[in-house]
Design a protein around this ligand. Structure first.
Ligand SMILES: Cc1cc2nc3c(=O)[nH]c(=O)nc-3n(C[C@H](O)[C@H](O)[C@H](O)COP(=O)(O)OP(=O)(O)OC[C@H]3O[C@@H](n4cnc5c(N)ncnc54)[C@H](O)[C@@H]3O)c2cc1C
Length: 454
């Protein structure tokens, strides 16, 4: 809540955002977290899990809207549809949303809809916005983003093979996609699909296009839903989908042929940081569960409560430090996005994208350990949270790709710093001469002192 805003960023948060932050925190703690288990129960079992629409979620959406907590993710100044918060302000709110399974969707701030809404708001034309952005912004439908394919290494998006071929005033799509998150939900009505419209273009970054596909278009088959460490993530889910001669009006193409790369770059920047922001919240919640467990008077080992064993307090202290440090990395990226736009903030976004899930996984793992067997079971939110956050080291590009890029960029100054160090050494030699002294070895000349000069 607003009293806990890190001092480094406090002056950048408006009074209106501080009030909204307090409202979000209260809504999450008092309404959403208690609703999480009811949501899971309302999804049911078996096939029903992919056909359900938990009533508690619609009630939470109504309440969130009445509190003014709706679409906060669309940043002020960048979108006319924005409710008027900066990325920094939304970052602080998203942290609270990340504590609960239902909170993001209750506020219409859930992935992948947020990224898809940004694509439509930023690159869509007026007709596309009216047909798809409006119902998404109203929370009436949901969406999926289809890029990854099972038959190619998709972290290099140039490998994508889905065919998008022009046929009169339509495009025809053929191919397959997987990890299509959100496709399991019966309310998922639209797919944003990336494929190749010009596979022979000499520029490998101009071969791709992005097109809007209604989820019920003939020729689309959802073959199965993929599990994440055994969790099905229903009703949202992750689909394996094929497209066989799927015809889509040419007017559904976003921005123009060959603009696909540009669009996915624009989409993934903010999306990555939203995940990082929510992940900080999940880490905070894990720390709270750990604190509750280590102070549980019913559970003592070797005559002590867990908090009385030194190593456990060290876990608590390390978790506190690591979360606080990771939060600053996220908020720094958010500020850079606010001031210079997502493109200028790519380095900071990548830092948050890689660092925050690793930090959160360490914290959650400590909490799991503190709970013993209960930690890996369904009796705490920890196992599910760990599984979900582990996927963030893959989703939106694996860590290694981002680290490679960051490493390459950092290494660009390798020659410059080597030259600087050489200049500094040369200056030191000049200073030795100027002051008439010679380099002293620590402890003197061991050969001379021990064995005498020869
Ligand atoms: C839960 C979940 C949800 C997802 N949601 C979506 C979604 O909604 N839409 C969508 O399109 N995709 C989604 N994905 C897919 C995700 O974006 C991809 O899994 C990811 O980009 C990696 O692609 P890949 O699986 O094809 O792995 P590959 O590209 O085959 O990579 C395999 C491994 O190779 C290594 N590697 C790759 N490049 C390098 C490199 N340069 N240096 C060193 N090592 C490297 C990495 O360790 C990587 O994990 C989701 C994935 C998961 C797990």
């Amino acid at each position: 809540m607003s009293a806990q805003i890190p001092i480094a960023v406090r002056d950048r948060v408006s009074e209106r955002a501080k009030q909204a932050l307090d409202t979000v925190a209260k809504f999450v703690e008092e309404d959403c977290i208690p609703a999480d288990a009811v949501f899971e129960a309302q999804i049911g079992t078996g096939e029903q899990r992919w056909n359900s629409h938990p009533a508690i979620l619609e009630d939470l959406k109504k309440k969130a809207r009445s509190l003014g907590l709706w679409n906060m993710f669309l940043p002020k100044g960048h979108y006319k549809e924005s409710p008027g918060f900066t990325n920094l302000e939304y970052g602080l709110m998203a942290e609270w949303l990340g504590r609960s399974r239902v909170a993001s969707e209750a506020c219409n701030c859930a992935a992948p809809d947020t990224g898809n809404m940004e694509v439509l708001a930023k690159y869509g034309n007026e007709a596309q916005k009216a047909k798809w952005l409006k119902p998404l912004m109203e929370g009436e439908i949901r969406s999926a983003f289809l890029m990854t394919e099972p038959q190619v290494a998709s972290s290099d998006a140039r490998n994508i093979e889905m065919k998008i071929e022009k046929d009169g005033d339509h495009y025809v799509l053929n191919g397959q996609k997987w990890w299509s998150s959100g496709a399991g939900d019966p309310r998922c009505k639209v797919y944003i699909v990336m494929g190749k419209s010009d596979p022979n273009n000499a520029d490998p970054y101009r071969q791709q296009s992005v097109i809007i596909v209604p989820a019920d278009a003939p020729g689309i088959t959802i073959h199965r839903m993929l599990s994440v460490y055994g969790f099905d993530d229903a009703p949202h889910g992750h689909g394996h989908i094929t497209f066989k001669n799927v015809r889509v009006p040419a007017a559904n193409l976003v921005l123009g042929e060959g603009r696909g790369f540009e669009i996915i770059q624009g989409r993934l920047g903010p999306g990555r940081i939203h995940h990082a922001m929510r992940t900080i919240g999940a880490a905070e919640r894990a720390l709270e569960w750990m604190l509750a467990r280590i102070n549980d008077p019913r559970k003592t080992t070797f005559g002590k409560q867990l908090r009385e064993h030194g190593v456990i307090l060290e876990w608590v202290a390390r978790s506190r430090m690591e979360i606080d440090a990771a939060r600053l990395i996220v908020l720094n990226a958010a500020i850079k996005m606010d001031e210079q736009g997502p493109k200028a903030a790519l380095k900071e976004i990548a830092q948050a994208k890689v660092l925050v899930p690793s930090t959160a996984l360490t914290v959650i793992d400590r909490a799991i350990q503190a709970f013993g067997g209960a930690g890996v079971s369904q009796d705490t939110p920890l196992a599910n949270s760990w599984a979900g956050i582990r996927t963030l080291r893959l989703a939106d590009g694996p860590d290694e790709v981002h680290l490679n890029q960051m490493g390459r960029n950092e290494n660009k100054r390798g020659k410059e710093v080597a030259d600087k160090i050489a200049r500094q050494k040369a200056k030191t030699e000049e200073l030795f001469k100027q002051y008439g002294v010679t380099r002293q070895e620590l402890g003197g000349n061991i050969q001379a002192t021990r064995y005498g000069k020869n």
